[in-house]
Design a protein around this ligand. Structure first.
Ligand code: F6P
Length: 410
């Protein structure tokens, strides 16, 4: 009988980069547990790629308790780009290489979106570093080549850990908002993160948002006029005289003064991957709706709330399932790959046999597909509803279902 484990004497290191999600600790825990069982010593690299710069910032995760339900990332995060960028001209990939050698890291697992995993892909392609990318983003815009089967037709879709928790949170927030909105017979414009993609905004319709705007469809001058008419009519026809409009933070909206469409930024300062910070479009749209339709409107930013808190159960199981696929890749020493779900399945079917591994060269951004959103109805399609129902259950809306007879003076 063998007494040593297959990977005894080897070290696997995990890092997390980019915006946090409620599912990162769950991913770290799941990968750590499986790698330990295979015999790896497991390190955690702090603050993404930054933890491999300078002298390195690394902790030992082997045989230490880990709380995978707690949201965020205990390994901390940064948007450090090892390769030259506008913000940081220097190529720091050699420092990374040096530390990988110094700390005797045999395999690197990079938990991230397109930016972190894009850098991992380059480390693999340029220097042959054994890398496994692990998907992560509430924006759900990292191409995972997942297939959504609907009425016998296959549609390419995306499923990234972190999105299910974010979507569940947006569903709950939207559902709550109805009470204040109905009380004042208002229009509420609810802003949702997601950068240039509308995946997360769609989850607001699961909490009862009746209208939605996504970054994939530009709001030109003509569309804006049509939108105001549409909103007014929808509001007038709503039984409670109340409307929730979900808008993606990255919506491109026509600015009457400038005569062009633009995005609204909280800060134009770019990060190391060249991204500005969005924020504030809901206020702009709410104020213009009030002016153009005469209906009272308010803006509300969901901001970091959907990104915060505990890992939702679908994400918990999703991260375990993808970590099972990591085991498969480790056993076959098949690097430069990212584990993904091959098909969209409900919670009970999240199993390793539904997974696949895609080449890191094939990762990249994947916006909301055209067949998930209907620009004429400013609303998501049945196809999208089917996709998300697998992940966060049926749409739900809290309702006060009483009608009071009107009193007529005698
Ligand atoms: O990419 C994830 C994300 O949450 C985006 O939806 C959002 O635009 C961005 O990160 C916010 O970044 P930061 O945490 O740097 O403010």
């Amino acid at each position: 009988m063998r007494t040593d484990k297959l990977f005894s004497g080897k070290t696997l290191a995990i890092l997390s980069g980019g915006g946090d999600t409620p599912a990162i600790n769950s991913s770290i825990e799941a990968v750590r547990n499986r790698a330990s069982m295979l015999g790896f010593k497991v390190y955690g690299i702090l603050r993404g790629w930054k933890g491999l710069l300078g002298d390195g910032d690394i902790v030992d995760l082997t045989n230490i308790p880990y709380n995978g339900i707690y949201g965020g990332t205990a390994l901390l995060s940064s948007r450090t780009n090892p390769f030259p960028s506008k913000k940081h001209k220097e190529d720091r990939s050699q420092q990374i290489l040096r530390n990988i050698e110094r700390y005797k890291i045999d395999v690197l697992v990079t938990i991230g979106g397109d930016d972190t995993n894009g850098a991992a892909k380059r480390m693999y392609e340029l220097y042959g570093i054994p890398v496994i990318g692990f998907p992560k983003t509430i924006d759900n815009d990292l191409r995972t080549r997942t297939i959504h089967h609907y009425h016998g037709v296959q549609h390419e879709t995306v499923l990234c850990p972190g999105f299910p928790s974010g979507a569940m949170a947006v569903k709950k927030i939207t559902s709550k908002l109805h009470t204040t909105n109905e009380s004042h017979e208002r229009i509420m414009v609810l802003e949702v993160m997601g950068r240039d993609a509308g995946w997360l905004t769609g989850s607001a319709i699961f909490g009862g948002a009746q209208v939605a705007l996504v970054p994939e469809i530009e709001i030109t001058k003509e569309r804006k006029d049509f939108f105001f008419e549409f909103v007014k009519e929808k509001y007038m026809r709503s039984p409670k005289k109340s409307l929730i409009i979900a808008v993606s933070e990255g919506v491109r909206w026509y600015n009457d003064e400038k005569g062009e469409t633009e995005m609204v930024y909280a800060s134009s300062d770019l990060d190391e991957y060249g991204h500005p910070r969005f924020g504030g479009i809901s206020g702009v749209i709410a104020s213009e709706i009030s002016k153009k339709t005469g209906i009272e409107a308010r803006g509300q930013i969901t901001g970091y709330i959907p990104r915060s808190g505990k890992c939702y159960e679908y994400d918990r199981r999703l991260t375990s399932t993808l970590a099972d696929k990591v085991v498969d890749l480790l056993l076959r020493e098949d690097y430069g790959k990212m584990p993904v779900m091959r098909d969209i399945v409900p919670y009970s079917e999240l199993e390793e046999f539904h997974t696949d591994a895609i080449d890191m060269g094939n990762v990249g951004n994947f916006p909301l597909p055209h067949d998930y959103y209907d620009p004429n109805q400013f609303y998501f399609t049945d196809l999208y509803v089917d996709f998300l129902t697998n992940i966060i259950g049926e749409p739900y809306r809290m309702e006060f279902n009483h009608e009071f007879p009107v009193v007529i003076p005698q």
